[in-house]
Design a binder for this molecule. Structure first.
Ligand SMILES: Cc1cc2nc3c(=O)[nH]c(=O)nc-3n(C[C@H](O)[C@H](O)[C@H](O)COP(=O)(O)OP(=O)(O)OC[C@H]3O[C@@H](n4cnc5c(N)ncnc54)[C@H](O)[C@@H]3O)c2cc1C
Length: 512
């Protein structure tokens, strides 16, 4: 069923067994699992079925740390959430990402990759991906042109990615959810407050508010917040009537350890002889899988570096990659940020150039683009601004920060790639100036992948995290979080496959 919450009278009260707040990738993945069960589900979506500017403006926030994209441009505030313009790059996290690495402070998940594997497999059809097989050899067998570079695999190896259509959750799952007799979708239902019971040990209800001041109360047995990382943090911190520091924040953990993926061109490679590069090729909307390079786990450990991959993309004629990420002046940074907003507002279209063997032979230049996890940093943080949005909720104050380990890791990775290419006679690698400099400086605008992770991280110890291994908020019996905010570390892989796998796991726990 579907109801536009704007049609309900002031003071309306609803109740359910399970209330899911937010109909993006995570919220929809949880809701879909309950279709046909006896559980009465309410799915509250703050937006409508299409983009509306006044609602999108609720996402505006203050950026006080490193320059970042405009917050109201990256996440989308309507049914289907940010999958309305995501790119579809998918890969599971590596087993090493879940371990406690002595050289990465605050690393380690309370679950293992093996525990998540069955849920990754179930997440694949949700995202319209191929078989849950990320072995390079499997993909070589699918296409005889996919031959790997002759690397020393004790140093460098391939990480395989798969590509979603990209699946738009809003259009793919709307009909099934609206038709399900036990699921009730409410659009224009912006939750502004999560209301705890008197002892602050469980949640009684959530409050929805409209621009005209009307409110609605939703009671349920269990609640899942799936509003995306920043909005989940905002809701928890703003729900401070009974817990002055905000819900789940008894130990000042909510909002800390925000992490992006550092996605930026950092070098150029020139191959000395023609190679089949099909295994590494990518064509938007066409490629099903491709490989990027990574340092082996042993190399990461011996160099004390973070996990990352390097993509090889055909470079423009000059052999010199045109970087949008190395703006020199504050004016250029501002221009770039505005351009990003404009291009995100339009639907994402493929920008990658066609990648065929003939072109590669004629033009052996490749831009090396990195995807690197960020070291967990308690000072990289989301708090509340003194400014409020049109519904009266404090806006996000976003302070994104990097650490010396981030720069050290990227420089080490590229230096190793360069040495290996030289040692094996594969080619030459030129690094960007800022990467070579010994100091810890970055270009004025460090590009993230639009991936909001951390800030409500998973940890067994409530003093070191916000949710437990089941994604339940510490200290609150019936409040769960879904989304990449629960990642303690983000690996090199884009987050959506993992957050959908975690959402399916959460659905199983809730059913149990
Ligand atoms: C340009 C771009 C490209 C990307 N490309 C990739 C990629 O290639 N691969 C990848 O893995 N990831 C990618 N991502 C990230 C991906 O989009 C997110 O990981 C994913 O959408 C997050 O899912 P989510 O459900 O947590 O949040 P969202 O998808 O943002 O959904 C949150 C939902 O909650 C609703 N909501 C928010 N606040 C409230 C409230 N108070 N009350 C009620 N409802 C609320 C929102 O309207 C929205 O529907 C990309 C992101 C961007 C911006």
């Amino acid at each position: 069923m579907h109801t536009d919450a704007l049609s309900l009278p002031d003071g309306a009260q609803l109740d359910a067994d399970l209330c899911i707040v937010g109909a993006g990738a995570a919220g929809i993945a949880v809701a879909m699992e309950f279709i046909g069960t006896p559980t009465r589900v309410l799915l509250l979506e703050g937006g409508g079925f299409d983009r509306e500017e006044a609602l999108q403006a609720l996402y505006r926030g203050e950026v006080v740390g490193r320059p970042y994209y405009p917050l109201d441009a990256t996440r989308l505030h309507y049914f289907g959430g940010t999958t309305g313009h995501w790119g579809g790059f998918c890969a599971p996290l590596d087993p090493i990402d879940f371990t406690t690495r002595a050289w990465v402070p605050h690393s380690g998940w309370p679950i293992t990759r093996a525990q998540l594997d069955p849920f990754y497999a179930r997440a694949h059809p949700v995202l319209d991906l191929g078989p849950f097989d990320y072995r390079r050899t499997y993909w070589e067998e699918q296409d005889p042109r996919c031959t790997p570079l002759p690397l020393d695999r004790t140093v460098l190896e391939e990480k395989v990615w798969q590509f979603s259509a990209p699946t738009r959750f809003g259009s793919k799952f709307r009909r099934a959810l609206v038709d399900a007799p036990n699921v009730h979708v409410y659009t224009h239902a912006n939750v502004v407050q999560v209301i705890a019971n008197e002892s602050v040990r469980a949640i009684d209800a959530v409050q929805v508010r409209h621009f005209d001041g009307r409110t609605m109360l939703v009671r349920a047995t269990q609640f899942v917040l799936a509003c995306s990382t920043m909005q989940n943090v905002r809701l928890l911190l703003a729900s401070n009537e009974r817990a002055t520091a905000g819900l789940g924040n008894a130990h000042d953990q909510v909002g800390r350890y925000f992490a992006e993926h550092l996605e930026m061109p950092a070098g150029t490679a020139v191959l000395t002889r023609p190679q089949s590069m099909q295994l590494y090729a990518y064509d938007f909307g066409i490629t099903k899988a491709r490989a990027e390079l990574r340092l082996t786990d042993a190399q990461q450990q011996s160099h004390g570096v973070l996990n990352a991959t390097v993509a090889l993309d055909p470079a423009p004629e000059t052999g010199n990659a045109l970087s949008t990420f190395e703006a020199e002046s504050p004016e250029e940074v501002e221009l770039y940020r505005r351009a990003t907003k404009d291009s995100l507002t339009a639907d994402m279209k493929g920008t990658a150039q066609r990648y065929d063997a003939a072109q590669v032979r004629a033009r052996p230049f490749f831009t090396l683009t990195t995807r690197q996890e960020q070291a967990p940093n308690p000072d990289s943080r989301i708090t509340l601004s003194s400014e409020r949005d049109a519904l009266g909720v404090p806006r996000v104050r976003f302070n994104w920060q990097l650490t010396p380990l981030d720069k050290h890791s990227m420089r080490t990775l590229y230096t190793r790639v360069g040495r290996e290419f030289g040692r094996l006679g594969l080619g030459r690698v030129q690094l960007r100036e800022w990467l070579l400099s010994d100091d810890l400086t970055w270009p004025p605008l460090v590009s993230g992948g639009w991936h909001d992770t951390g800030a409500t991280r998973m940890h067994d110890d409530p003093k070191q995290g916000v949710v437990d291994a089941d994604c339940r908020v510490h200290g609150l019996a019936n409040l769960y979080l879904a989304g990449a905010g629960v990642f303690p570390t983000a690996g090199s892989a884009n987050p959506t496959l993992t957050l959908v796998a975690l959402a399916l796991r959460l659905a199983d726990r809730l059913k149990g």
